[in-house]
Design a protein around this ligand. Structure first.
Ligand SMILES: *Cc1c(COP(=O)(O)O)cnc(C)c1O
Length: 365
């Protein structure tokens, strides 16, 4: 028998979450963001659940190639655009749309030899100060692109820094609109947080929304809202089993450094899951976990291949009992990845993306 850990991908949850997001912005088309191997879910399995999207947005040419190999004929958008001149040849060959956020990318386009003009998304830095043309340079960049025979339709895009918090999107939206209101072309502004929290404003949902994290069933603004509040279902369940059970006396320690010390007699279980599987090492004692679908918590330090859990609330647990580190237990009980992430001082995004290659991934329909 292989080591019992596995990540189970739920295509039905992906379909449900996609439909939920489409409902939140019914007039917009949806780029399903599948960068970072579909946030750790794997391109093939994510594609199975997300093929009803209007397009796929990602970063890597290899991921774009995977989608074309899966026979996806619809739009694919490179969210950071091209990195070097010859990437444009692949854009032509695979029919990829790409973001343009620097003058250097316009230079490359101007040198590109193609009969078929390319569709581009011109990105404005409206305040996040990561990628994009400064507002005062945006219209000149647009004019430059518009004059190139290599360029087909120009769409306009920006990205919000505060869509998930109380600051909101108004300030960046005002900058974006002031500069671009009279330029032609489709607009794409909203990530998951902007879509769910501000998508009822048609200027925010615009022509294309770009949800990532919400597709996978994590709340973009946790703990303000939970995935459940937004009607999202977990698309990944990380499950393993108890491979050992220990009876502790008061004063006994658990694991490296003995950072957990039993205050009373208690039973603990040892789960075949550690940081080499992608579980966060910095998750402290008290991080939630499901054993046989019953909620309990970790005790002691997470080690490379194992972590320990308090079996007090689960007296029937035994070697072989199911452990759910996040997602849905086979009993149907759900432990949100956002709760585990919060306990470990991180976000659901990081946990999903960190799923280690040694964990076998399967899907359940
Ligand atoms: C990753 C990314 C998204 C998706 O963000 P989520 O918070 O996961 O919804 C949208 N747009 C851009 C430009 C991105 O890089």
């Amino acid at each position: 028998m292989p080591r019992p850990i596995q990540a189970l991908i739920h295509p039905h949850a992906l379909r449900h979450n996609l439909a939920r997001l489409q409902q939140a912005a019914p007039d917009a088309r949806v780029w399903a963001v599948v960068k970072a191997r579909a946030y750790g879910h794997g391109m093939e399995r994510a594609f199975e659940g997300l093929r009803a999207a209007d397009g796929f947005a990602l970063l890597d040419l290899a991921e774009a190639q995977t989608l074309r190999d899966l026979d996806w004929r619809g739009p694919i958008l490179l969210l950071e655009g091209v990195f070097e001149q010859r990437d444009l040849e692949l854009c032509s060959r695979l029919d990829l749309w790409h973001v343009v956020h620097t003058e250097a990318q316009i230079d490359m386009l101007s040198r590109h030899k193609t009969q078929v003009p390319q569709r581009v998304f011109l990105k404005m830095n409206s305040g996040m100060n990561r990628l994009g043309f400064a507002p005062e340079r945006f219209r000149a960049a647009w004019a430059r692109l518009n004059a190139l025979p290599q360029v087909d339709e120009i769409s306009l895009m920006t990205h919000f820094a505060h869509a998930d918090d109380a600051v909101g999107v108004d300030a960046q939206l005002a900058v974006f609109n002031a500069i671009s209101h009279d330029l032609p072309g489709e607009r794409s502004l909203a990530n998951s947080a902007a879509l769910l929290r501000h998508g009822n404003n048609p200027v925010v949902s615009a022509d294309w929304v770009r949800p990532g994290i919400a597709l996978y069933g994590s709340a973009p603004d946790h703990p303000l809202h939970t995935a459940d509040d937004w009607g999202l279902r977990p698309a990944m369940s990380l499950r393993s089993q108890l491979i050992s059970v220990q009876q502790l006396k008061a004063g006994d320690e658990v694991g490296y450094g003995g950072v957990f010390k039993a205050e009373r007699e208690m039973r603990i279980g040892v789960v075949a899951c550690g940081y080499a599987d992608g579980y966060p090492r910095h998750a402290p004692s008290g991080t939630p976990v499901l054993i046989g679908g019953v909620r309990t918590q970790t005790v002691g330090r997470v080690s490379m291949d194992m972590l320990c859990v308090d079996l007090t609330p689960v007296p029937a647990a035994h070697v072989g009992s199911e452990a759910t580190l996040w997602g849905q237990a086979s009993t149907g009980e759900v432990l949100g990845i956002d709760e585990v992430a919060m306990a470990a001082g991180t976000v659901g995004y990081e946990l999903m993306c960190a799923l280690a290659p040694r964990v076998p991934v399967t899907s359940d329909n």
